[in-house]
Design a protein around this ligand. Structure first.
Ligand code: HEC
Length: 140
C-alpha cells in the first residue's frame, strides 16, 4: 500500500544525509600546520615564524616550493623532509633544524589508543594532510 507520509519521510532523510556529506571535512592539514609548523614557518608559510630568531638556519618559505622545484609541487621531496627519518643531516652533529616529524607522529600513534596497531598508517595520514594543505598555499 502507498503511504505518502512514509515516502516523504524517507526522501527527507535522504536529503539530510546528502547535505551532511556535502559539508567539507575539517581541514586536518591546516590544523596540523597551525599547531606545529607555523611557530617556525610563519602563519602564512612564508618562513617568518616566532622561533625564527632562535634558529641558525632560516625556516624555508613554504609558499614557493612549487616555484623553486620546477613548477610542480614536489610531493616526494616535501614528504621526505617532513618525515625526516631518512635525512642524512641527522646524528649527533647533524645540521638539521627541522624537527623529524616521522618520529614524533609515530610516538603520537603509540600514545593514542586504537592507532598503535598501525603506527605507520597514522604517520602517513598526518603527512598526506600536510602535503594537501601545503600544495594549496603555493604562490601562483
Ligand atoms: C623548530 C622550527 C621548525 C618547525 C617547528 C618546522 N620546521 Fe620545517 N624547517 C625548519 C628549518 C630551519 C628548515 C630549513 C632546512 C633545514 O633545517 O636544514 C625547514 C625546512 C622545511 C621544509 C623544506 C623546504 C624546502 O625548501 O626544501 C619543509 C617542506 C618543511 N620545513 C615543512 C615543515 C612542516 C610541514 C612543519 C610542521 C609539521 C615544519 N616544517 C615544522 C624549521 C622548522
Amino acid at each position: 500500500m502507498y503511504e505518502p507520509s512514509k515516502t516523504l519521510a524517507s526522501i527527507g532523510l535522504a536529503l539530510v544525509t546528502a547535505a551532511a556529506w556535502a559539508q567539507p571535512r575539517a581541514d586536518e592539514g591546516k590544523m596540523e600546520y597551525d599547531a606545529h609548523c607555523a611557530i617556525c614557518h610563519g602563519a602564512t608559510g612564508s618562513g617568518n615564524g616566532e622561533m625564527r630568531r632562535w634558529l641558525t638556519k632560516a625556516p624555508s618559505d613554504l609558499t614557493t616550493l612549487s616555484k623553486r622545484y620546477g613548477g610542480a609541487f614536489p610531493n616526494q621531496l616535501v614528504w621526505e623532509v617532513i618525515d625526516g627519518r631518512t635525512s642524512l643531516d641527522l646524528g649527533l652533529h647533524g645540521s638539521r633544524e627541522m624537527p623529524v616529524w616521522g618520529q614524533r607522529y609515530r610516538q603520537e600513534a603509540f600514545a593514542q589508543a586504537g592507532t598503535a596497531a598501525q603506527p605507520e598508517w597514522y604517520v602517513r595520514n598526518r603527512i598526506v594532510a600536510l602535503l594537501d594543505y601545503l600544495s594549496r598555499i603555493q604562490a601562483k
